[in-house]
Structures are given as structure tokens and as C-alpha cells.
Design a protein around this ligand. Sequence first.
Ligand SMILES: Nc1nc2c(ncn2[C@@H]2O[C@H](COP(=O)(O)OP(=O)(O)OP(=O)(O)O)[C@@H](O)[C@H]2O)c(=O)[nH]1
Ligand SMILES: [Mg+2]
Length: 211
Amino acid sequence: MPIVGMAGHVDHGKSALVAALTGTNPDRWLEERLRGMTLDLGFAHLSLDDGLEAGIVDVPGHERLLHNMLAGAAGMDVVLLAIDANEGVMPQTLEHLDILRYLNVRRLFNFVEESILEGTQWVVFEPNDPRLWDSVKRNVSAFLRRVWRDGALFGLTSAEAFFVKCDAENNTQDTIDIGQLIIDVGIAPVKPAEFVVFRIAQFAGGAAVSE
Ligand SMILES: Nc1nc2c(ncn2[C@@H]2O[C@H](COP(=O)(O)OP(=O)(O)OP(=O)(O)O)[C@@H](O)[C@H]2O)c(=O)[nH]1
Ligand SMILES: [Mg+2]
């Protein structure tokens, strides 16, 4: 079930929107109702006409309750950002967006790292030579091209979105001698050609990632 998360500045109508969409007041505590302000995470269930069921997580907008917003943000798949039309964009509007962007990048990073780690385990059974390096490069590039086409990476061309390096430069006689295959990967999750890089080392009996 997808989780729709609320975000936005204090008093910008997040909880009111949840109540309007679901019929559930996400402010469960007496104190929240008395103060007209969300203090803790709130939950509601959303059933859409097309049969889609989703969970809604409501968060506090107050700057001093950011830790509670963070706790809710980790599980969000989609976000509804509420902005009061009279007041416009306010500090926590931007702060919440920053947090969500950061979490999204982290999540993408974990997904890409884990996928490449798992998808290249077979290399340890192959001779560690230029033929293998080419084939690793092709495989990992094909995967990252899909990630890029899905819209998760920035860049008009694939060269701006990612790079994969697996050749004689990062696979030296030393690394070959200790039985390691090295893959350096850069992905651009926020801006074209601004790469966040990590290194994967595959060896018989294990693997390692360094960022
Ligand atoms: N006029 C008007 N009032 C609204 C609207 N949405 C919310 N309100 C009112 O604005 C006040 C604040 O709304 P909440 O939904 O509690 O705001 P919130 O974003 O959940 O606030 P926090 O949880 O404290 O961050 C409440 O009194 C709502 O009734 C709207 O669309 N129009
Ligand atoms: Mg609220």
C-alpha cells in the first residue's frame, strides 16, 4: 500500500486536507485538538474511486517539531505539499522539501548500490580480464540507463546521468592479484553531470561498497 505523506509549513492546512480527503481527523490527541496544531504523526486511510488504497501520514509543520516530521518522512512514497495560498512559501515549506529531496536521493542511492552489488556477484566466477570488465561495464550501464529513463537521474544524455568505470585503470595487477574486481560508478541524482560516486569491489566470498 503506497504511503502518501503530508508536508508543509505550520498552519498551512495539511491536517484539514487529510480530513477532507479521508473523513479522518489525523490529530488524535486532545492537546492537538485544543491547540489546533499537529504535534505527533497522524494516520488516515484513503480509498480512491479507482480502487487504489493508500495510507496517509500527516506531519507537524512547526519548526520545533521537525524531528517528528522526519520520523514520518522516511516511509513516504508520494508527497502532498500544502501551501497556504495567502501566505505562500514559508521556511518549513522549503525545509520539508529539502528533507524529502535528501531522503529520495539516499533511497535511490541505496537501491542503485544494492542492485549493482547483487547484479555483479557472478563476476567472481569469471577470469578477471578486459573481456570481463567490458561485459560488467555493459551490464551496469544498461541497468543505469533504465534508471535514467525512468526519470530518477538528471541529464539530457546518459553521459550526463551516470558513468561506469571498469577497466585497466581501476583494475590494476594489485587488485587482480588479491582477487578483486573494481567497479567505479557515478550517478547524477540532483543535477546533470554532478556525480555522486561510489566504488564496488567484488571478490570471491564477498563484496564491499565505499562512498
Ligand atoms: N479558509 C481556509 N481555512 C483552512 C483551509 N485549510 C485549513 N484551514 C484552516 O487553517 C487552520 C490550520 O489548518 P491545519 O489543517 O490544522 O494546518 P496544518 O498544516 O495541519 O498545521 P500543523 O499541523 O500545525 O502544521 C485550521 O483552522 C483550518 O480549519 C482552507 O483551505 N481554507
Ligand atoms: Mg496538522
